[in-house]
Design a protein around this ligand. Sequence first.
Ligand code: SF4
Ligand code: SF4
Length: 371
Amino acid sequence: MSVFTGKEKLKLGFGLMRLPKLADGTIDVEQVKVMVDLFREAGGTYFDTAFAYPGSEEAIRAALVDRYPRDSYTLASKLIIQPDAKLTREEARRETEISLERTNAGYFDYYLVHAIQRGNWQKYEEYGIWDYVRELKERGLVKHYGFSFHGDPELLIELLTRHPDAEFVQLQINYADWENPGVMSRRNWEICREYGKPVVVMEPVKGGILADPIDTVKAIFDAENNGLSYASWALRFVAEKENLLAVLSGMSSVEQMKDNLSFMKDFQPLSDHEQEVIRKAQQAINEDKSIPCTACHYCTKGCPMGIPIPEIFTVENRKKGSPEFRTKREYVIVTQGRGKASDCIQCGQCEAACPQHLPIISLLEKCRVLE
Ligand code: SF4
Ligand code: SF4
């Protein structure tokens, strides 16, 4: 059975990792309901949550599952190995049961082995997780299974050879990472095409970085004077690629939903001139020295020193052009009651977990000057 349902009128998928929050830190479910309604009205069907996204599975139950017929949308969720945890069959079963209970979806249209990379792929093998997801499909709890991937092309080939029954792959693809040697978006996408695996795109806006890019990139897009948002350049670059099941955008507000729908609903591929503009933006990013952290927080969960790694990197990235006293004050605020860059004991846990493959230990060493 194909992973395509035939109902995919809109390439855009609703990524549920960065949902809007209320002042108390909980998810703004009422706003999510409005976003879901707008998305559906525009023909959107693909929703992407995960066991590891706090509050996301419960929020999509309230905003979608409890309000619309189950066969009118597709829902994806993911199974993850938590840092230092053993994903035994029992633990995997518990995760799936919790995800099904939180969403009340009855089954998942798409179920993914989450965030596979060099540092964890063998654990998924060791714990028999591939047999486990196969079994979920046989039991009807999952319609299609695949994996989300943050590794190198050699590992992708290894996985597709070992698990030819995996039906699709979720890849990080965006214009900044297209040729980035740490991510290799282009090569990984080509491999999926060669192996006949449809691709779900994650991070097309690189965790929001490309929606508010560095000044040199902004200047390149602003010079076009066409009123298009920075995010629209990023999404259009990705959405015209072949072999895509969905392009996930992790939208955090009604405004972002409206903006994304404004150009994804009647999608127009990039013209030759626009492709050239993107090439200039890629070049400007290559010349930039900012730390390309997407603030996903995968690194912080297992840090024994409680170091707020992405927040420290944000302070470091913002220090250019800001007075020193302000940068130091921001650093004190983000590290209050938590570990500092200098507390790092170089255990390496964070680097193994980072989907962007950042050399976190050496970057933190540089950030010590903020103390
Ligand atoms: S290497 Fe440093 S920052 Fe990374 S997990 Fe270990 S202590 Fe934390
Ligand atoms: S350092 Fe890596 S794992 Fe940590 S938040 Fe940034 S991108 Fe995510």
